[in-house]
Write a new protein. Sequence first.
Length: 170
Amino acid sequence: MRALDRDTIVSILLLLFCGFLIWSGTLIRDPQFGELSPAAWPQGVSYVLTAFCLIYFFQSVMRNRSADASESAGESVDKPLGPMGWLKHFGNPIACFALYFLFLVTLPFFGTLIGGSLLVFALLSVLGGMGPRQLVVHALIAVISVGVMWSIFTFGLRVLLPRGEIMPGI
């Protein structure tokens, strides 16, 4: 039997954190206004997060079992990656984090609507390809999805989102 791998350990730690979140949600005071309890959203999110962490845990345990079976059959499980292999393997997450950092840096200039649309367009283009037809589809998805979310938060929920210097009214 193999020792616990990294995914199993991380999933156990996440489940412990979810337990802490659920316990913390029970400590939120209910003012008894006759409406939805202030703890409803945090507890709901905690339960959904716990369900995802349980799925992660079970997948890591099942993968350990299949890795044990393949090792006993003499198959190689992991191959060490060199620097270029590592960069190729983790290129997409690195690009996504870099684009998100660029979004955060330019947020005061572009604002939420324009910056968010540019971020979604850039992420879709990097991850989904850059053909002419794909760029049009990515632009439509970016403008529509961010525009709808921006409208919901700005007009429906009255949330003040960061406004840019380019178009201060938006």
